[in-house]
Design a protein around this ligand. Sequence first.
Ligand code: ADP
Ligand code: AMP
Length: 213
Amino acid sequence: MKKMLIMGPPGAGKGTQAEKIIEYYGIPHISTGDMFRAAISNKTEVGLIAKKYIDAGNLVPDEVTVGIVKERLSNPDCKNGFLLDGFPRDLKQAEMFSDMLKELDIKLDLVLNIHVDSEKLINRIIGRRICPNCGRTYHITYNKPLKEGICDECGSTLIQRKDDNVETVKNRLDVYAQKTEPLINYYKDLVYNVDGDRDVDVIFNDIKKVIGD
Ligand code: ADP
Ligand code: AMP
């Protein structure tokens, strides 16, 4: 199975597609944002450092981020493929990632790049709700749970991410445009562009075609 990155601006639908990809292909979803949020709620050392950067919509320092990715990719469950989401986030991280892949003897196969126009992203992010227990993502208009405010999967009460507010979102979109978007060129030989402004299942069918069986 393939070793892949999923890229795109905040709110493009990376987490939503990742949920489907990992279920269908049985590979781990490695989301640096999810790892940081878990570290914050468990009040670990990494969580204590990361919190102020995340709350402001800025990037967590590389010393912390690169370490957690390397540790996670070293796990045997990544041997048969993985989907990395939210890393690398700038050119420096991409270069460090490239060294890490060499060291771990891993070859990256595919970079999925989801595109959605920026004016639509704010709505998607402000309306996002997540399950703090199982991590499933919803939207108050586009992707509603069966029962308002309750996770379909595990029955927990849904929450809004602290960084999903208008001010922080603007900074996150700026950080993406300045630092992360240039990586699409860095990975140009591996990139598959996905139009993310379609129905969730239509997008997933498109992604399945490129990943293959
Ligand atoms: P990302 O992980 O890229 O930040 P998410 O997967 O969390 O984005 O999606 C952001 C919000 O947009 C969520 O509330 C999600 O339910 C919603 N969403 C995801 N994909 C679509 C889509 N194709 N159409 C409409 N809304 C979507
Ligand atoms: P995400 O869940 O991908 O939207 O990420 C939420 C926040 O976590 C970001 O706004 C950053 O503050 C932090 N973060 C996630 N991944 C990284 C990364 N690779 N490098 C630095 N900070 C990150």
